[in-house]
Write a protein that binds this ligand. Sequence first.
Ligand SMILES: NC(=O)c1ccc[n+]([C@@H]2O[C@H](COP(=O)([O-])OP(=O)(O)OC[C@H]3O[C@@H](n4cnc5c(N)ncnc54)[C@H](OP(=O)(O)O)[C@@H]3O)[C@@H](O)[C@H]2O)c1
Length: 337
Amino acid sequence: MILVTGGTGLVGSHLLFHLLRQGASVKAIHRKNSNIQRVKEVFSFYEENPAALFRQIQWIEADINDIPALELAFEDVTSVYHCAAFISFDPNDFNSLQKINKRGTENIVNLSIARKIRKLCYVSSIGALGKSATGQMINEESEWNDAFSNVYASSKHFAEMEVWRGAQEGLSMVIVNPGVILGPGYWKSGSGLLFQSVARGMRYYFPGGTGFISVGDVVKIMVQLMDSPIKNERFIAVAENLSFKSILEKISHGFNRPAPKIRLKFWQLEFFWRIDWVLKLFISGKRKLTKQGLRSLRYPQVYDNLKVQEALNMEYEPIKACVDYACVKYMEAHSSS
Ligand SMILES: NC(=O)c1ccc[n+]([C@@H]2O[C@H](COP(=O)([O-])OP(=O)(O)OC[C@H]3O[C@@H](n4cnc5c(N)ncnc54)[C@H](OP(=O)(O)O)[C@@H]3O)[C@@H](O)[C@H]2O)c1
């Protein structure tokens, strides 16, 4: 039996679909207020009878910080895919990020060791690899530095440390470090916000760039690594290194809209994060622009994707194709509302 955490999220829902299509027996944890129906919606993108597949999931209510509930979830489990995480770049979320990402992962690792799990797959992030201040290509051996880091990246780095600690204690594991994950269905969070912003009209683009990959490729990499004899290694999952200008142009093309033309200047970005900081003293809500986030845009980050390509003979889905598909799904979802 396979256990999936974060099954109601972008990666987890696509992973559940992939595993069920392979005929695997799958358990997924969800929180009290999780919207598990979203998983069925994701299945409906790829399957004529999504409900039948959805019914095969054994859902267990468990927060990754609730150890007694997790103990029940781990019953009869032989492999674990740990996708659950809190994604926020707001420095005010530091404690929640440490609690969910670091301590939650620590709980998953401890139970995986105690229950002698065959293998754990942890979804980390390119954020956990640190950033290059010189534009030098980052690979799996790059040394972590928190000079240009943000609260999310640092929580993912410390979560990864828990998984490496587990390996020292006898756990077999693989770590996947995806770039920005693109896929349909989650328009109000993560990369979904890129689609939403372009669909609503965007005139400006940020300088800099990063690595991108389709959600389908992330899932493929995870499953193939779990099914292989490979263990105790980490793998960057990036299909293409792109500037933000280029990814926004691709999304604009998918929506048949003009691409943003005006490049934001660094002095403007410095001004904006300060305004955002002041506004949040008076208005509740999440900070959208942070000093670390905006300063990191000065250095386009480039990731080496050769290791996973060679290990799995991987051929990546072109980002253009994945963006076009997500744009179609976005338009379908919004034409009825
Ligand atoms: N999206 C990206 O671009 C990206 C890039 C690189 C790495 N990653 C990593 O990929 C993984 C999956 O990301 P995603 O995009 O699928 O994120 P997502 O759509 O935001 O989903 C997050 C999932 O984690 C669950 N979760 C959060 N806190 C939890 C808790 N305390 N206990 C149990 N479950 C909890 C959420 O459940 P609810 O439904 O209850 O909220 C949801 O299922 C994460 O580890 C993320 O750090 C994502």
